[in-house]
Design a protein around this ligand. Structure first.
Ligand code: SF4
Length: 285
């Protein structure tokens, strides 16, 4: 039986992208290949807010007690090794049990599963088939992988997903989604590491794939347009969203209207972050 290190597992409303408003179980895996220390900072500066929190990391016993941050990655505890004691390694059996327990009717009906992170397409790809084949997961019809778009699918996992989507042939084209939040320079990550058009193009062979760029300024939008050109040149055909920076409400409300206006100007889609106005972006939402 496979095991996965789980940062969070909760039931909420999807706040972003094409499934905005849909009741969803979020499975947040531990580990990421990035740190995204640039969010909310001036260009070239890195957030030290996370480091301040990390001084007392050992004193936190559960995710719900962790502070929210206005700069850097808002899900920092899902990959920062100083918080790894909060994320148990669980068997796929116990994950399937825990998922079922969060569902309102204790079985899958119209809810969708979001596998997020951290970066969920790191080594856990080899464990997902065990989880998705579990008897308690058989009513599940729709999955989104929320990824930063840098990790290739392994040939084994690609083949598995091809077969998984075919099990419900009426809606196969809708059943698997890749929500790709490709990181722009405002994240603090390097362009050559973060913008991987060939990787994302391949996701389109398996499921509905869209790009979601987190932006705050016109410079960020210009960077997004440059990245869009690279993705389109590689043959990417999916939808493209702009989404405001804002892990806390004060930052989100500064950005959201302007980002919506910029999305309209550029003919791009706008994604809200409903979890911020609805739930203050608290852990577990
Ligand atoms: S890729 Fe996502 S989870 Fe990883 S550090 Fe960046 S924002 Fe956080």
């Amino acid at each position: 039986m496979s095991k996965i290190k789980i940062a969070e597992l909760f039931y909420s409303i999807q706040g972003e992208g094409r499934y905005m408003g849909v009741p969803s179980v979020f499975l947040r895996t531990f580990g990421c290949n990035f740190t995204c220390d640039g969010f909310g900072m001036n260009r070239g500066e890195k957030s030290n807010e996370r480091n301040v929190i990390a001084i007392n990391a050992e004193t936190y016993k559960q995710y719900g007690d962790l502070p929210l941050v206005s700069t850097g990655c808002d899900s920092y505890a899902s990959w920062d090794p100083r918080f790894k004691h909060l994320s148990p390694v669980l068997s796929t059996d116990s994950i399937a049990d825990a998922i079922t327990d969060t569902l309102p009717y204790k079985e899958w009906r119209y809810e969708h599963l979001v596998i997020t992170g951290g970066e969920p397409l790191l080594g856990w790809q080899r464990a997902y088939p065990d989880l998705l084949d579990h008897p308690k997961m058989q009513g599940l019809k729709e999955i989104t992988f929320e990824t930063n778009g840098t990790q290739k699918l392994t040939p084994e996992f690609k083949e598995y997903l091809e077969n998984w989507k075919l099990k419900d042939s009426k809606s196969w084209c809708e059943s698997i989604t890749f929500s790709v939040s490709a990181k722009l320079p405002c994240s603090g990550e390097k362009w050559e590491d973060a913008i991987c058009p060939d990787v994302v193009r391949e996701y389109e062979d398996i499921g509905y794939t869209y790009l979601k760029f987190v932006v705050a300024t016109e410079q960020d939008v210009a960077d997004a347009e440059c990245a869009i050109g690279a993705f389109r040149n590689a043959g990417f055909q999916g939808s493209i969203y702009l989404m405001p920076v804002g892990g806390v409400e004060s930052v989100y409300t500064l950005n959201n209207r302007r980002v919506a206006e910029l999305a309209m100007e550029k003919g791009l889609r706008y994604s809200d972050r409903l979890q911020v106005p609805l739930f203050k972006n608290e852990w577990g939402t």
